[in-house]
Design a binder for this molecule. Sequence first.
Ligand code: PGA
Length: 248
Amino acid sequence: MRKRLVAGNWKMNKTPSETRAFLKELAPLVKGAKCDVVLCVPAVDLIPAVEAAKGSRIKIGAENMHFEEKGAFTGEISPAMLTDAGAKYVILGHSERREMFAETNEGVNKKALKAIEHGLIPIICCGETLTQREQGITVDHIRQQIRIAYLGIAKEDVKNTVIAYEPIWAIGTGKVATTEQAEEVCGAIRKLIAELYDRKTAGQVRILYGGSVAPSNAKELFEQPDIDGGLVGGASLKTDFAKVVLPE
Ligand code: PGA
């Protein structure tokens, strides 16, 4: 079946030296983990993170990338730069990038196709605002985001993609979605993948919950049938992350 995945998202936190020091502390704490453990880190932290994570269970990912191979895109990072640095995963379409850097579903789709082409596992983010939830259009909104993100992705590649459902109102707020709310949307996403591809494919794709995941709520969330792990912001900056990876 699906292997659980717990991925940290550092956002704009930790310098390269802090990265080295943190990984040295974290690596022994997650040694016994049975799930996949990933830390998605700022671009300048990728190389020190990959070096410091060598020989441990931790894989390293990026937080964003451009969809072009190379060229005149000042300030951007290409997929080949990520793979050459040793990244295995890349977060795409995080709500902070959508809200603050005007990322669109179409752009996320281009990036996802490019990531797959380069053998990177995209962690494709989706999530509703509080207004959308209150208006009862959460599932419609998520379906639109995911439908567009997966345009042109071949069936055999879907198992090498990850979807992260992150309600925007739950990110960094300490207001975690209830397990029922999280499971309902993750289940709706799996149903959509079955509609777009087939049930077997839907059964293979890993769907994560994100938004104020902490050692106190991880176990219950991750035990839901359609939740295969978490995308973890704040709690991935501390060694407590090990308790999210190995919930009691
Ligand atoms: P949070 O962030 O865990 O701090 O709420 C999650 C995310 O944005 O991926």
